[in-house]
Design a protein around this ligand. Sequence first.
Ligand code: ZN
Length: 266
Amino acid sequence: MTSPNPCAIDDSYLATDTCPKHGEVQIRVIDSPFCEPGEKSTLIKGECPQCRAERIDRETAVARREREAVVLLETKRLLRDAGIPPRFASKTFAGFDADSQGARKNLRVCEAFVERFPQQLENGTTLVMTGRPGTGKTHLATAITRGVIERHGKVARYIGASDLMRSIKETYRPGSERTEREVIAEFASIDLLVVDEVGIQVGSDTEKQLMFEVFNGRYGALKPTVLLSNLTTEELGAYLGDRLMDRFREGGAVLVFDGESRRGRA
Ligand SMILES: [Zn+2]
């Protein structure tokens, strides 16, 4: 194999070569760009194109498996930290028994909420679910939590209103490492916050104010929130303040769960 140009600068051409695996192949040959005039140029032989394609396939497959393993680990971690109660750990949209027109509509809205979660993250959509206990609110809300993690890899957290209050109030203990402001800011910054049983605690004015600050903080930061309450929409409005309820209504949906209790159902 001889170069047609004994001292080429950054030149390359195709030449026939023999690959131990693929036999006679066309490879690219590069003349050394660094040879002095009059010097014999050094030839740099390229890789067999078929060996190269196979190597890239192998590397891509390894990289893809590594990426998938990382995503899987991250999903597991996010699910572990999501706070979904064990009883609801395996609840999915597919497992929701939509036995009435209202239930089917609620299911559709919740599925669409997960489907379009990237948009909800831009708009700070709020989903309010009201209705008596046992009508499927928590089932759909935990399915949303799981869906947002599994499908979008976002941080989602399910928490009962009284646990939310407790985590804020724990900062009042002497020696607490965090301040009330920090905890409220943290709850306001999670990609999706799902708060169950809002309004169940009799609710001192301080508690109402803290709850309001969390929701209002999320509203202001355009973070989507799912809010569940056994109160009626009107009672919830009275609890959170009509102004906040109006904002929620504007930038999201209020789902009413009015079916029979599902608890104890076969
Ligand atoms: Zn080869």
